[in-house]
Ligand binder design. Structure first.
Ligand SMILES: C[S@@+](CC[C@H](N)C(=O)[O-])C[C@H]1O[C@@H](n2cnc3c(N)ncnc32)[C@H](O)[C@@H]1O
Length: 219
């Protein structure tokens, strides 16, 4: 099964539910380094919960997502900032160096093949200005997910890919859990300036997943 195509059609059509916990919001490291008033791109913004939160801190926000209903909802709740319907694995319609920071919150978890995640990372590198930042929160490989990785492997032939199942046991979506070094490799032209691991309980599965919060700078 092409896990990325499956995920894309899942995310484009699913009714998005609030799945955020406070630990996933950009923390002090982001707030102290990225100056309010500057422009921030929230890739895979969903209904714009973090986009609006950052707008409330004074950033000029643009949110991008593949889910039309989520983008509509975001626009209804936030008339000041911009929301754009687009596939972030494609080239985005902004010039090089046009953002001060980019935020990715549980977005690379949906990018299963390396080349798909790297297309997103390359766009981030292109779009941030020199001195700008990429901030991300993504799930890491956890041994407790062994059973889910087994099913992911049998469906995709790829390691560290967990499955979320629906009520009848069919695959709802695939979830890529990263090794920290894989994330560093994706963003390798950038310099890592911050990283911290957090254990976050998934509102979907109820399981805890170790996640990494990382910040990279284009020096
Ligand atoms: C787990 S949700 C996280 C949403 C949001 N960042 C948050 O933290 O609330 C993943 C989001 O990425 C979006 N997404 C997944 N693949 C995408 C793609 N190829 N292009 C644009 N958005 C995508 C989904 O529609 C969804 O809103």
């Amino acid at each position: 099964m092409d896990a990325d195509a499956h995920n894309l059609s899942y995310w484009a059509t699913v009714k998005q539910e609030a799945m955020l916990v406070a630990q996933m919001y950009p923390g002090d490291e982001f707030l102290s380094r990225v100056v309010p008033g500057t422009s921030v791109l929230d890739l895979g913004c969903g209904t714009g919960v973090i986009t609006r939160w950052l707008a409330g801190k004074g950033y000029r926000m643009i949110g991008v997502d593949i889910n039309e209903a989520a983008i509509q909802e975001a626009m209804t709740q936030d008339a000041l900032n911009s929301y754009v319907l687009a596939d972030i694995t494609d080239a985005l319609p902004y010039p090089d160096n046009s953002f001060d920071a980019i935020v990715l919150t549980y977005v690379l978890v949906s990018m299963i093949k390396h080349e798909v995640a790297s297309a997103v990372a390359r766009e981030c590198v292109r779009l941030i200005r020199p001195g700008g930042y990429v901030w991300l929160c993504e799930a890491l490989y956890s041994p407790e997910y062994a059973k889910r990785y087994e099913r992911g492997f049998s469906e995709t032939g790829m390691r560290n890919v967990a499955v979320a199942l629906d009520e009848v046991g069919d695959v709802k979506r695939f979830i890529k859990h990263y090794e920290p070094s894989e994330i560093d490799d994706l963003f390798h032209p950038l310099t890592r300036v911050y990283d911290e691991n957090k254990t976050i309980r998934s509102s979907g599965s109820g399981m805890e997943v170790v996640s990494t919060v990382r910040m990279y700078q284009k020096v």
